[in-house]
Design a protein around this ligand. Structure first.
Ligand code: 8DG
Ligand code: MG
Ligand code: MG
Length: 143
């Protein structure tokens, strides 16, 4: 890996499901997707499973404890000449449905709230918006 040959980044993003809502937070200016609403998540660390990364990032960013962590899908997004993201999307449930999210990294996020995915907070982070507007549904299908 060098400055001359950038590598793809691996991000893990988590749909935390509560009733029929999902947790989103508005990103601050420092990061990719500045000022857009995105899911809690972050970079996969060396040696980590997707589930471990999801639980760790959610805890670091929101304080929430999650369970039933499942892999949903992945997207491959070339955002610019120098930014190539592979995003792994997970879903999870709250261990305690009454636990409320805390804004633990206020330098990175304006705050967390629950939103209906049919009524997305705007602007939504690009790759996420494309996926959801394309009809992707993170909720388990009713049987
Ligand atoms: P870290 O330093 O804590 O490991 O990472 P982070 O600061 O929490 O990373 P991040 O920007 O939140 O997320 C990692 C990558 O995933 C970043 O390149 C942007 C990308 N990404 C998406 N969609 C989403 C999303 O919905 N939520 C989050 N958090 N990241 C996303 O493409
Ligand atoms: Mg993080
Ligand atoms: Mg993050």
């Amino acid at each position: 890996r060098s400055e001359m040959s950038p590598a793809p980044e691996i991000g893990v993003a988590v749909f935390i499901l509560k009733d029929n809502k999902v947790l989103f937070g508005r990103r601050r200016s420092l990061s990719i997707g500045a000022y857009t609403y995105a899911l809690p998540g972050g970079h996969l660390e060396f040696g980590e499973s997707f589930e471990e990364c999801a639980a760790r990032e959610v805890k670091e960013e929101t304080g929430l404890e999650i369970k039933d962590i499942e892999l949903l899908t992945a997207t491959n997004n070339l955002l610019s000449d120098s930014v190539h993201l592979v995003i792994i999307y997970m879903r999870a449930q709250l261990c305690d449905p009454d636990q409320t999210p805390q804004n633990i990294e206020p330098d990175k996020c304006e705050g967390w709230d629950w939103y209906d995915i049919n009524n997305l907070p705007e602007p939504t982070f690009g790759p996420l918006r494309e996926m959801l507007q394309g009809g992707f549904n993170p909720f388990p299908t009713a049987s």
